[in-house]
Design a protein around this ligand. Structure first.
Ligand SMILES: [Zn+2]
Length: 328
């Protein structure tokens, strides 16, 4: 069953019998289950030989003996896989929560497909009543990420493009995954150390942190959230350097210098935080700005899209070149 689980690296000592047998029986060179599931997912992806970056998840059903896909509403999980018989060749039925956003649905399907590896390799534990193994769930998340955004591809593509919100959204769109999943992939392959934060307007004014992706789970806040206001009001990417802070349990104040980029997306703000020395790419001309969602009631749409830099920057903007030269 797919629920969001935090990324874990587990030692041999902490492995369940299921995970140990899964690793051992894969007969793959790596001895750690994370690498095994990545290899299995990577090979599965390669087997469909498709040229598009965005995986067609339905092309994998037959290969993994998934014979039925159904939808249910009013359930508190995103997806679940049921065996149709007592062994791997009898096949599986995947049940998905209807109404999931497409990116989430794709991740859920990829996750459920990864469960079939456990049924195939450790049938004596999977084809009998069993409780959820959280390590298996984590491994299926790792496998799903590899299926949707293969390590080799993303390393090759992202190595030469600038770290920016625009790059993140372009890559996410190409692979049809959420910006959050793409950011975690870029972090997991060691290319980015960036944190992504999502902010919403607070009822009493200002902005509240909605979620943070990557990095620590500490609830960092802006020392001065006036850096968010221009992105919200002017509906364009703003960037610069500032400090973020959080209050420790003992009352002490921790400060961290960051380089930031902020952009409004519908009713929230998306912010990237990186090392203070990060050089963001030149900002785009307004002509090329992404289309925005509906303006927040009572606020005027962006009318004063001024340009901070010489327009010649935009012509040489690597992020723009990336748009047209992107091939998986
Ligand atoms: Zn699961």
């Amino acid at each position: 069953m797919y629920r969001v689980t935090p990324g874990l690296t587990f030692s041999k000592r902490n492995r369940s019998k299921l995970i140990s047998l899964f690793t051992e029986r894969s007969r793959l060179p790596p001895k750690d289950p994370e690498s095994v599931i990545q290899l299995l997912a990577g090979e599965l992806r390669k087997s469909v030989k498709q040229r598009d970056c965005a995986l067609r998840t339905d092309s994998l059903f037959e290969r993994r003996n998934v014979f039925r896909v159904e939808y249910e509403s009013r359930v508190d999980w995103d997806g679940v896989i049921h065996p149709l018989g007592t062994n791997y060749t009898d096949g599986f039925r995947i049940v998905l929560r209807s109404g999931q956003p497409i990116h989430r649905l794709r991740f859920t399907i990829a996750h459920e497909l990864c469960h079939t590896f456990f049924y195939e390799l450790v049938p004596e534990l999977k084809f009998c009543p069993h409780s959820i193994d959280q390590k298996e769930e984590t491994l299926c998340n790792i496998g799903a990420a590899e299926l949707l955004v293969p390590t080799n591809q993303i390393k090759r593509l992202a190595r030469s493009v600038p770290i920016s919100i625009e790059t993140l959204e372009d890559l996410a769109a190409q692979y049809q995954v959420s910006a959050e999943v793409m950011l975690l992939r870029l972090r997991s392959v060691g290319l980015w150390e960036t944190e992504l934060t999502i902010w919403r307007a607070a009822p009493g004014g200002g902005f509240r942190l909605d979620r943070i992706v990557g990095g620590s789970s500490v609830k960092w806040e802006w020392t001065d959230d006036s850096v968010l206001k221009p992105a919200w009001d002017r509906a364009r990417t703003t960037q610069g350097r500032t400090y973020v802070q959080y209050r420790e349990d003992n009352g002490g104040l921790k400060l961290k210098p960051v380089s930031y980029q902020v952009v409004r997306r519908q009713d929230s703000l998306m912010a990237l935080w990186d090392h203070p020395a990060t050089k963001w790419p030149p900002q785009s001309l307004p002509l090329f700005d992404k289309e925005l969602g509906s303006p927040i009631p009572g606020t005027a749409p962006a009318a004063d899209l001024t340009i901070d830099q010489d327009s010649s920057f935009a012509a040489n903007d690597p992020a723009k070149v990336f748009h047209s030269s992107f091939e998986c």
